[in-house]
Each structure stands twice: as structure tokens, then as C-alpha cells.
Design a protein around this ligand. Structure first.
Ligand SMILES: Nc1ncnc2c1ncn2[C@@H]1O[C@H](COP(=O)(O)OP(=O)(O)OP(=O)(O)O)[C@@H](O)[C@H]1O
Length: 275
């Protein structure tokens, strides 16, 4: 298997204005296969951090080292190349409603196949086969030909995950993947994401509001408060003091006990789709 890269953030800073310091001097690394849950109150800078990594938002300062390159310094065309290897998964799924599940997954190949070929929907056979394998992995094989708008929220997010994987990413950036889902579906999606990162040794950052869900499915939590990292540790270390640092004074006693055992879900058979 290909050796995956470590993501290194050094002094990442985004000041929208002198008074709007969304991120200040954020530094941490994410190892291959490690899933970091990014938590913090509304406005803490979570989305800004994720967007600064692939420069959907231009950082004011700092470095984003990945695959031996500083993404912040890349020219437009080199950035486009680098972005092909960064999979994004969004809260609102960002699917193309009138296209089928399969076409949505194949749209993950857009950065590779060229505009006219994709416009004519003529993807290489190996891409189509890989997309079937991915749909199998996320448990949607029998829905391949359904329109995206005919799916449930959980199914739509599975398509979003398969589409990101179709890019053959080396890094995953995930923005509130479960915000629109019911608790059980949210857990299934988090489980799927953490399994996939482990299987492919992908480093990943997940912006997530639900602290309990994060604690259950990620190995490490980074807490942001007013644009600065105020916690970086294991879920088990996220005690009342840490929660107070991140969110402010509150009675956290109900949030710091261990969560219930999670229920079993039907896992789709594993198919090695990203050889
Ligand atoms: N395009 C922008 N222009 C100016 N200020 C912005 C812009 N985007 C975000 N901000 C500001 O940056 C700060 C961080 O916002 P950000 O959306 O990153 O926080 P967040 O932690 O993701 O919040 P939420 O959990 O509510 O999504 C906020 O003060 C916000 O108002």
C-alpha cells in the first residue's frame, strides 16, 4: 500500500479584519490514519481552519505542509493538482440532485478526466469499476442508478463519502458530516468515516459539533476557542476543565461520563476500491 503523508499545520492564521481574528497561530499535525475531531463553540474558527487547509479561504499566515509541499505557497495550477488529492465531505452533501448515485460518485473523478469527457459522461472503465466498488463499500450498491434526490440523508452522505474516495484522496477534510442526520444514522456515518480512514491510512480532520459523537469515533480531539487551540488530546482527556476552556463555564458533569455501548450496524462487505 502507498505510504500516506502526515498533515502539518504551522502557525496557521486567518484574520478577516483587525477585529475578526478567526484563527491565530494554529499548529498541530495529523498522522496517516488518524482522525482528528475539531470542536469548539460557534464562531471558534472550525470551518475557517478546514477551508484554510485547501485554501478555499486564503490564510493570512502560516504553513500547511502536506506531501512535502507547503500548500499555502502553491501557485494556482499546482494548488489545483494538490486539491485533487484532498477529499471533502460536507454537511449538505453537495450532491447533484438530478444525477444518479453512480454519476455523483464519478464526479469525484472530475479533476482527473477532463471537462469534455466528464460532460459527455464517458468515464474510463476503471473509474466506473472503482466507483461500483466504492458504492459496495458504503453499502449503496443496489442504489447505484437511483437519482440522488430519491435518497435519505444517511444515504446521501454515503454518496458524499464515496465521491470523496473516488478522488483517491490522500487527506480528508470533513465539515459537519452528521449535522443533518438523526443520532443513529450519525453514528453509522461516523463509524464508516473512521473505518475508511483506518483502512486507507488517510489523515482526516472532522469539524463536529456533537462532542459525544466525536469522543466515540475519533482518536484525538482538538478544541478551538476564539481561533486558538486550547485543547489537543485524547477523548478520555476531555474533562470538565477542558470543556470549560473550550466552551466556557457550564455544568459538564453529564457530558464527561462514558457513553453507552454502541449498537451493531450492518456493515457493507469490504472491497478494496482504492488499490
Ligand atoms: N467570509 C468571512 N468574512 C469575514 N468574517 C468571517 C468570514 N467567515 C467567517 N468569519 C468569521 O470568522 C470567525 C470564525 O468563523 P467560522 O465559521 O470559522 O467558525 P465555526 O467555528 O466554524 O462556527 P460554526 O460552528 O457556527 O460553523 C467568526 O467570527 C466569523 O464571523
Amino acid at each position: 500500500m502507498e505510504v500516506m503523508s502526515t498533515l502539518i499545520l504551522k502557525g496557521l492564521t486567518k484574520h478577516y479584519s483587525a477585529s475578526d481574528k478567526a484563527l491565530t497561530d494554529v499548529s498541530f499535525t495529523v498522522e496517516p490514519g488518524e482522525v482528528v475531531g475539531l470542536i469548539g463553540p460557534s464562531g471558534a474558527g472550525k470551518s475557517t481552519l478546514i477551508r484554510c487547509i485547501n485554501r478555499l479561504t486564503e490564510p493570512t499566515n502560516g504553513q500547511v505542509i502536506f506531501s512535502d509541499k507547503d500548500l499555502v505557497q502553491l501557485s494556482k495550477s499546482n494548488l489545483r493538482q494538490a486539491r485533487r488529492e484532498i477529499g471533502m465531505i460536507f454537511q449538505e452533501y453537495a450532491l447533484i440532485e438530478r444525477l444518479t448515485v453512480m454519476e455523483n460518485v464519478l464526479s469525484g473523478r472530475l479533476g482527473y478526466v477532463g471537462f469534455w469527457r466528464s460532460f459527455a459522461r464517458r468515464y474510463p472503465e476503471q473509474d466506473v469499476q472503482a466507483a461500483y466498488a466504492l458504492l459496495d463499500r458504503v453499502g449503496l450498491l443496489e442504489h447505484a442508478n437511483k437519482r440522488a434526490d430519491a435518497l435519505s440523508g444517511g444515504q446521501r452522505q454515503r454518496v458524499g463519502i464515496a465521491r470523496a474516495l473516488a478522488q483517491q484522496p490522500k487527506l480528508l477534510l470533513i465539515d459537519e458530516p452528521t449535522a443533518a442526520l438523526d443520532p443513529r444514522t450519525a453514528r453509522q456515518i461516523m463509524r464508516l468515516i473512521s473505518e475508511i480512514c483506518e483502512e486507507h491510512q488517510l489523515p482526516a480532520i472532522i469539524n463536529i459539533h456533537d462532542v459525544e459523537l466525536a469522543k466515540q469515533f475519533v482518536q484525538r480531539i482538538v478544541g478551538l476557542q476564539a481561533g486558538e487551540v486550547v485543547f489537543d488530546g485524547k477523548p478520555s482527556e476531555l474533562n470538565e476543565d477542558a470543556l470549560t476552556k473550550i466552551y466556557g463555564q457550564e455544568d459538564w458533569s453529564a457530558s464527561t461520563t462514558d457513553s453507552d455501548e454502541e449498537e451493531e450496524i450492518i456493515a457493507a462487505p469490504f472491497t478494496e476500491a482504492l488499490a
